[in-house]
Every structure is written in C-alpha cells, then in structure tokens.
Design a protein around this ligand. Structure first.
Ligand SMILES: Nc1ncnc2c1ncn2[C@@H]1O[C@H](COP(=O)(O)OP(=O)(O)OP(=O)(O)O)[C@@H](O)[C@H]1O
Length: 488
C-alpha cells in the first residue's frame, strides 16, 4: 500500500541488459542459455531505484548521458518491463518519450489525436472536446491532416507535447522533449507545464537542461550509472549534477598541450596558453559554417587556462576559445570574435579583437592561417552554453580612423568572412570552495563592480562621537573593514 498523497511509487527497480561482444553470441545465448551456457555479460541499466512522487509534484530526473533516465521513464510509462522491482501509479499516465513513439505514422495528426485519446481511456466525446484545443496548441497548420510520417521532428514534437498535456492525465511523463522546437514553442510549453502544475497534475521530466529543472521541478533524483545518488530538492540535485560533471573533465594535460606546438606561428599578444594539439579540437563536421568564400574555419578548441581541453568550467573560471581560419584570398585587417549564448539562445556575451584592442596584422595574404585565442572569464550563471566564432575584416584605411567612427558607421565597413554557430556546448558549474557551493551573484552574468557601505550611527550615540560617517565607509576589502572596526 502507498500513502494517499503519492502519485508514483517506484520500489527497488532494476533493468538488466545482456551485452554481447559479437553478434553471433546473441544467437548462441538465446539458443543455449536453457542448457546453462551463457554468452555475453549482464549490464544493469538501472539498479535499486526507489522513490516516491507526490500528487501534483513536478519531479525531475537528471543524470549524465547513459545514467538510466530514459530507461526509468519508459518503465514508468509502461513501455518497458523492469527486470526486478515495481512501479505503482495512481491514475492515468500520458507519456511523451521518444518523439512520435505514440503515433501511428500512417495516420494523420488529427487521427492520431483521436487514437491517443482512446488509448488513454478518454471517451469519444471527451476527445472531440479537446481536439481543436490540441490542434491550436500544436499550431502545425494544414499538416494536421497529413500522415505524421511526413512531419518534421519539430512538428512531431509539437503534436506529441500538445496531446500529452491536453488529455487530462493524472501523471505526465516527459523525456527531454523540450530540447526540440523553436524558442517560441518552448515558451508555450513552459506555460502549459505551469498550468498542469497549477491543476495539480503530477509531472515527471527527464532533462539535461538544468535551469529548467531548477525552475520547474519541486524535487528531483540524480541518477548515475543506473543508481540514485541523490534525491531531494531540485536545486540541490542540480548542484550535485554539476559536481558529477566536474569529475567528467576531458583529456589529460599531457594529451592536450603539445610540447612541440607550432612555433612558426607568430603570437601577436602575450598571455594565452600554447596553441592546443589536434586532439583538443572540436569535431566541426556537424557545425554549420557560413563563408563568403574568403576564408574557412579549420579548427576550434575550448581549453582552460592550463591549455587543457574541457567542456566544464567552474563559475568564474577562465576559458580560452581558440579558433583558426585559413584565408582563401588576401584580406586587410582581420577581426576575430566569439559570442556566447545560453540555453535559451540569448547572447550573454560577445567580443571581438577590435573591442579588445588586440594587436592585429595590417594585411594577411591568401594561404595564411589566422589563429585567435580569446580569454574569457566565465562569470556566468551555472548552466549550459554554446558559442559562435567568426572572422571578419575591415580595410586598413577604416582601421586607422576607428576612433572617429560611430558604431553604425563601423558596422557598415565590416565584412563578415566566415562564421560558425552553435559550437560547443560547454557547461558552467557552481564554484565549490571548502566543500561549499559558492553563489557569487544572482542572474545570468556577474558584472564587475564594487559595493561601498556607509554606516551612519544614530545621532547623539557614542559611536557618533567617535566616528565620522565618511571614515566608516566600508569597501569589500577586509583591511578597510578592520580599520573601521578599530576606530569604532
Ligand atoms: N536495449 C539496450 N540494450 C543494451 N543497453 C541498453 C539498451 N537500452 C539502454 N541501454 C543502456 O542503458 C544505459 C541507460 O540508458 P538510458 O537511455 O536510460 O540513459 P539516459 O540517462 O536516458 O541517457 P541519455 O541522457 O544519453 O539519453 C546506457 O548505458 C545504455 O547504453
């Protein structure tokens, strides 16, 4: 028996898979295991998983890739059988797992809405009542009367989300689904989730988007290697997730920094770590590169200040964004830049060599390579980010008159040569000092600044006689504070 306020109860859940080194072992195992001959080895995708979700809770399931989130949600949604353990659910479950998995590809969107409604046990009248609402939410125009096999992944996602969140289920199970879709639709989805929450629908969501988990979930579990390593408040689970991520940093220093790095390259400004080795460079084969034919990007790497390639940085840590471009024609003054975007697509920071005042060559002949190592202190809210790199140029004549030009005038003289968007991603994690997570600021960015404190004692008090308020002005420096205290 489970308590009345529990909507989902998961008890000692486990799911095992058998992994085979060779395809023929699978066949041998299926034929011979009855006779005691086993092939392959067992792999527990989930083990000893237990937790309760209260009615009306929005519950997060987080963990690194392969942690077991999808396996768990599939078992809860009744799509997958557990090997051991049990799941008790009170009420009707609507799930939004693999995109379009609940749809018949030959049926139109409208027919699939009716089908899903029927599967969920809604009466014909109930489904009819909601069809128009679902269609309006999905907003896919005339495609609603086309077979769903013709839908793009974005359309499938729109329809699947609309169905799962409009069928009056008691429990809604969502796997990573908000990663797809444009920003406007995502906003609509969040509003819808908010409404479900207000109506006390229980939502279980697996997500890699930590800001969403913090924002929407009351509680969460953190899975690692198939086991629950933490359950508690969503914000604490997210902090623990980032700590796990920190342990996951990529190649070692010896792999990352070449002892014999390319000394032929003339470094035009001092400071950055050596140019990274080829291993540190990101795979750009799937990154969209836009070029006017004057230059191509030949490499992008992201490293920390010791030159070690990494995708995880502590808040306030320095990151180096390295990019290399090969010139296919002569250009005059090059401009290299990086733009950082958060998971909502907002440009949180962008800066180029003009804005840094970097030393740059006056002309760069065809066939040369240009390398930029841009150092940025990631004083950002913990979360997931992507970045863009680009190369542009201006004429030497304009470059000499920079100070006289307005921003608009300058923009008219800048020619974009090559641009790569959505490179990355990388994460900024909470900074941990002395085993304590530090919150350095609130909001998306830590803006440079200082705070002075003025202490004005009540008039007539003893303090008033011994202090002048101007003297008791405090800064963030401990020395100043001590001076003030000594005087008081
Ligand atoms: N059919 C299968 N056969 C063998 N192993 C499987 C199977 N399905 C999943 N696994 C393994 O189980 C583990 C958990 O997978 P699962 O998809 O649940 O992880 P996840 O946390 O959802 O990962 P991601 O965040 O990458 O989607 C992984 O190591 C995966 O390789």
């Amino acid at each position: 028996m489970i308590a009345d306020d529990i909507a989902v109860s998961v008890r000692d859940l486990g799911r095992v898979y058998r992994l085979y080194a060779r395809p023929q072992d699978r066949l041998k195992h299926s034929l011979l295991w009855r006779f005691g001959r086993k092939y392959g080895c067992e792999f527990w995708a989930l083990r000893n998983v237990s937790f309760d979700v209260r009615k009306g809770e929005t519950f997060g399931i987080i963990g690194r890739n392969g942690a077991g989130k999808s396996t768990l949600l599939q078992i809860i949604a009744g799509i997958l059988e557990p090997t051991v353990g049990q799941v008790i659910i009170r009420g009707r479950v609507a799930s939004l797992l693999e995109l379009g998995s609940g749809f018949n590809p030959e049926f139109t969107g409208r027919e699939n809405i009716l089908l899903n409604g029927a599967i969920l046990g809604l009466s014909r009248a109930e489904v009819k009542e909601r069809v128009e609402e679902i269609i309006a939410f999905a907003d896919i125009g005339s495609f609603i009367d086309q077979p769903v096999k013709l839908y793009s992944s974005g359309m499938l996602m729109r329809l699947a989300f609309a169905v799962a969140t409009h069928v009056e289920a008691d429990v809604v199970v969502i796997d990573e689904v908000l990663a797809v879709g444009d920003v406007f639709f995502r906003q609509k989805c969040y509003q819808r989730l908010e409404r479900l929450r207000q109506r006390k629908v229980t939502v279980l969501m697996a997500s890699h988007a930590m800001t969403e988990v913090e924002q929407f979930c009351n509680r969460a579990i953190l899975l690692d290697k198939g086991q629950v390593v933490f359950q508690g408040t969503a914000s604490e689970a997210v902090k623990r997730y980032y700590l796990l991520e920190q342990l996951d940093r990529t190649p070692t220093l010896s792999e990352a920094v070449s002892p014999d790095h390319d000394t032929s390259a003339q470094q035009l400004s001092p400071g950055p770590p050596p140019w990274p080795t080829s291993k540190a460079f990101l795979d750009l084969s799937k990154v969209h590169q836009v070029s006017d034919g004057s230059a191509i990007c030949t490499g992008v790497a992201l490293t920390n200040s010791s030159g070690k390639p990494t995708r995880v940085f502590a808040q306030g840590e320095v990151a180096f964004f390295h990019s290399e471009f090969e010139l296919l024609r002569d250009i005059e003054v090059p401009i290299g830049g990086v733009v950082i975007q958060n998971d909502k697509g907002i440009h949180v920071h962008g800066k180029n060599t003009l804005q840094y005042g970097s030393r740059v060559p006056r002309c760069v002949p065809r066939g040369s390579r240009l390398r930029f190592s841009q150092q940025i202190t990631l004083a950002l809210q913990p979360g997931e980010y992507t970045f863009e790199v680009g190369l542009a140029t201006i004429s030497g004549r304009v470059y000499d008159r920079l100070k006289d030009l307005t921003h608009q005038e300058l923009r008219d003289h800048v020619f974009r040569l090559c641009h790569l968007s959505q490179v990355g991603p990388f994460r900024v994690t909470w900074r941990v000092e002395w085993d304590t997570t530090q919150l350095t600021h609130h909001g998306v960015a830590d803006l440079p600044g200082e705070c002075e404190v003025w202490f004005i004692p009540p008039s007539g008090s003893d303090l008033d006689k011994t202090n002048s308020d101007a003297e008791c002005r405090g800064t963030t420096s401990v020395g100043e504070r001590d001076k003030c205290r000594n005087r008081a």
